[in-house]
Design a binder for this molecule. Structure first.
Ligand code: TXA
Ligand code: MG
Length: 316
């Protein structure tokens, strides 16, 4: 945990400082036109795990990655013609696109919560743009508030919730839009509206000349398989297995002699969170038909709550 939270302005020296913190795996909150984001290097699993630790979020959700340009976005997501057209029309701006991950792009699986898609946006806010241009890569960022509290639209809101838990906040005044980004998922010729936000659905429909598939009134999405919002391994999973099982695979945590893989031999929850999705994928690939993946007990406190939540869902 950082000793103190730096409050940064926006001159050049300060931008360099924020970028240096990102490069060494730290957390910097920054303004966007929607809300302040709590940013970390999206390719560094340990850094992304710290986002969850700081927010006290008891669940892992896939995060939006923020980049400086469409050119950089293409390194992380696979754009078809329709995706290109939407990006061209609405970026930079308060719109996120969910696209297939570009193979080998280096994103941490914790960033995408193990999914095969990634949500990407190019923010419009000038401070965000300067920071992202200087960083050059992808910054994963949920809203910069403790879990369960309202989204911050000023640096002071960020500090009120997260002071002492993050390395720095970059001052950028009030957010112009004040609402989270609209999230779209283009699939072939169809576009699914996954979350209403800063750009109205009607405006998108008018600009693209299409009609969006909207969430149902109860908030659920009409969802073809590829829109699944949660990754679950194909193999059966059993939690709280303290000893090497007679058959199947064993995912360890802490001192687990004979484990097939170990989330964190030293029992570190940040490391375990960073490894979770990648190791589940690897075990899934190793599993013979009918095999069960057994998982060692993981403490339920701190980041362990989110790890246990995800394992519990995968087990049912
Ligand atoms: O305006 C915003 O979008 C702000 C600023 C900081 O950019 N960020 C934000 O992040 O609202 P967050 O983590 O609160 O919300 C991200 C949303 C979640 O509902 C998540 O499920 C969805 O994006 N999401 C992310 N990746 C996804 C994916 N691959 N498939 C479907 N939904 C995804
Ligand atoms: Mg949020």
């Amino acid at each position: 945990m950082p000793a103190e939270t730096l409050q940064l302005g926006t001159d050049a020296a300060v931008i360099a400082k924020a970028v240096a913190i990102w490069r060494r795996g730290g957390l910097v909150a920054f303004p966007t036109e929607t809300v302040y984001g709590l940013g970390a290097d999206a390719t560094n699993g340990t850094a992304v795990a710290k986002i969850y630790q700081a927010k006290g979020r008891p669940q892992f959700n896939p995060l939006i990655i923020h980049v400086a340009s469409l050119g950089i976005a293409r390194k992380f997501g696979t754009f078809d013609e329709l995706a290109e057209r939407i990006a061209d029309r609405f970026w930079p701006g308060p719109l996120s696109l969910v696209l297939p991950i570009k193979p080998g792009c280096g994103l941490s699986e914790l960033t995408t919560a193990g999914l095969e898609t990634v949500a990407i946006r190019v923010p419009q806010n000038p401070v965000a743009r300067t920071l992202l241009e200087a960083f050059g890569g992808a910054i994963a960022a949920p809203s910069a508030n403790p879990s369960g509290r309202i989204s911050p639209t000023r640096a002071a809101h960020v500090l009120a919730g997260l002071k002492g838990k993050i390395d720095a906040v970059v001052e950028g005044g009030a957010c112009a839009v004040g609402l989270e980004s609209t999230i779209l998922r283009p699939v072939q010729d169809e576009v699914y509206l996954l979350r209403e936000g800063g750009i109205a659905g009607e405006k998108i429909e008018a600009a693209l000349g299409i009609s969006l598939h909207r969430p149902k009134a109860d908030g659920t999405i009409i969802s073809p398989g590829q829109l699944a919002a949660h990754y679950a391994p194909a193999a059966k999973l059993q939690t709280d297995v303290a000893k090497r099982p007679a058959s199947g695979l064993w995912l360890g945590f802490g001192d687990c002699d004979g484990a097939d893989l170990n989330l964190s031999p030293g029992g570190n929850l940040v490391e375990a969170a960073a490894n979770l999705f990648e190791m589940l994928h690897r075990l899934d690939a190793m599993a013979e038909p009918g095999n069960t993946i057994h998982v060692a007990p993981i403490p339920k406190k701190g980041l362990g709550a989110a790890i246990n939540d995800r394992l519990r869902r995968a087990a049912t």
